[in-house]
Every structure is written in structure tokens, then in C-alpha cells.
Design a binder for this molecule. Structure first.
Ligand code: FMN
Length: 181
């Protein structure tokens, strides 16, 4: 695949096959995140590969967040969390400096894109999610990350796509580019 095909064809995957992710491949992808640009070499990315015990804890916490959750949504959530594909927490090191915090978050995003593109080229899909579950304080205790040092900026689901959704519409380049004199 050409790099432009990988970039354009990569999609956020919402439904995965119930298959484990090759851990070596996942390590390779995470290793590539380390090569993302990062201002002042802060290397702000942190990753936690969530094991089955903590995954179940997160599921139970998530189910409890919405006591009025419909049975279909509940069923889908349980299926997703108990399926064999991978769940990672995405961490970003904190800074007291607002500009550095923004730049750290930007670098984590660059790293996540490295991961997503590499895995896509290898036939695996990802979903970066920032739902309410990713903001729960319990996660820090379970992952053993200090919330004073690291901010969880989302989850990354990784696995073999069951369905590849169509590409969401994008603005044309002319709508986002200005050429100044
Ligand atoms: C920082 C960030 C947070 C996201 N959070 C969610 C989320 O919580 N739920 C979700 O379904 N998709 C989430 N996405 C995926 C976007 O919805 C997705 O990238 C967008 O629809 C464009 O689709 P594409 O990735 O297939 O091009 C997130 C993406 C980013 C970059």
C-alpha cells in the first residue's frame, strides 16, 4: 500500500472481530509512536495495554455510569469489552505550563496516528474514544498511573475490523486552505 492510500483509507473502526491482536505487531505499532514529533523532546505518550481483569472492572464501571442504559446498548457494550481484541489507555504527561500541555497532547495525537496508520497497513483497525468512561478517576488506580503526572486522554481499541465504515465526508482542500500573497 502506498502511504497516501493508508492515510486516506484508514477508518475509525467501531466493530471488531472477536480475535486477539498479535502482541508483537501491537508492540511494533507502539514503538513507532515514540518517533512522533514532540516539542522540547518531552516524549509525553504513555500507553497501558489493559488486561482482562482490569477490562472487566472498566466494563462494570461503564455499565454503572448510565443506570438507564437500554438492554441493546448494554449487550453491545458487554460484547465489546469481553471480545478478544485489545484495549489500551492513552496517557499524556501533564505539565504546569499550558502551552507545553497543549503541545504534549498534540504529540500524543501524532503518536496515535503513527500507531493507527501502521496497524491499518497491517490489516488492523483502531478507534480512539474519549467517552465518559475514559474520564473516571478509578482508571488511574487500576492502571497504576499517577493522575498528578499523567492524564488519560482516551482509549484506543485495536483489532481486526468486522465492518469498515464508509469515509465520513471531508471538506475540500479549497475550503481549508488559503494561499496568501
Ligand atoms: C481525539 C479523538 C477522540 C475521538 N473520540 C471518539 C469517541 O469518543 N467515539 C467515537 O466513536 N469516535 C471517536 N473518535 C473518532 C472520530 O469520530 C473519527 O476519527 C471521525 O469520525 C472520522 O472518521 P475516520 O477516523 O474514519 O476518518 C475520536 C477521534 C479523535 C481524534
Amino acid at each position: 500500500m502506498k502511504i497516501e492510500e493508508i492515510i486516506q483509507e484508514r477508518r475509525t473502526i467501531h466493530r471488531f472481530l472477536n480475535e486477539p491482536v498479535d502482541t508483537e505487531l501491537l508492540s511494533e505499532a507502539l514503538d513507532l509512536a515514540r518517533w512522533a514529533p514532540n516539542h522540547k523532546n518531552t516524549e509525553p505518550w504513555r500507553f497501558a495495554h489493559i488486561g482482562p481483569e482490569v477490562k472487566e472492572q472498566i466494563l462494570q464501571l461503564n455499565l454503572g455510569l448510565d443506570p438507564n442504559m437500554g438492554s441493546l446498548k448494554k449487550e453491545k457494550m458487554i460484547h465489546n469489552y469481553r471480545s478478544k481484541h485489545s484495549l489500551l489507555a492513552l496517557g499524556c504527561t501533564r505539565s504546569e505550563n499550558i502551552k507545553e500541555s497543549r503541545e504534549n497532547y498534540a504529540s500524543v495525537a501524532c503518536g496515535v496516528q503513527n500507531i493507527s496508520l501502521y496497524l491499518w497497513a497491517k490489516g488492523l483497525g483502531c478507534k480512539w474514544s474519549t467517552g465518559r468512561i475514559t474520564e473516571q478517576i478509578e482508571l488511574y488506580e487500576w492502571i497504576k498511573w499517577s493522575s498528578a503526572e499523567i492524564e488519560i486522554v482516551g482509549f484506543l481499541w485495536v483489532g481486526k475490523p468486522e465492518i469498515i465504515p464508509p469515509a465520513p465526508k471531508r471538506k475540500g482542500l479549497e475550503q481549508v486552505l488559503i494561499n496568501t500573497p
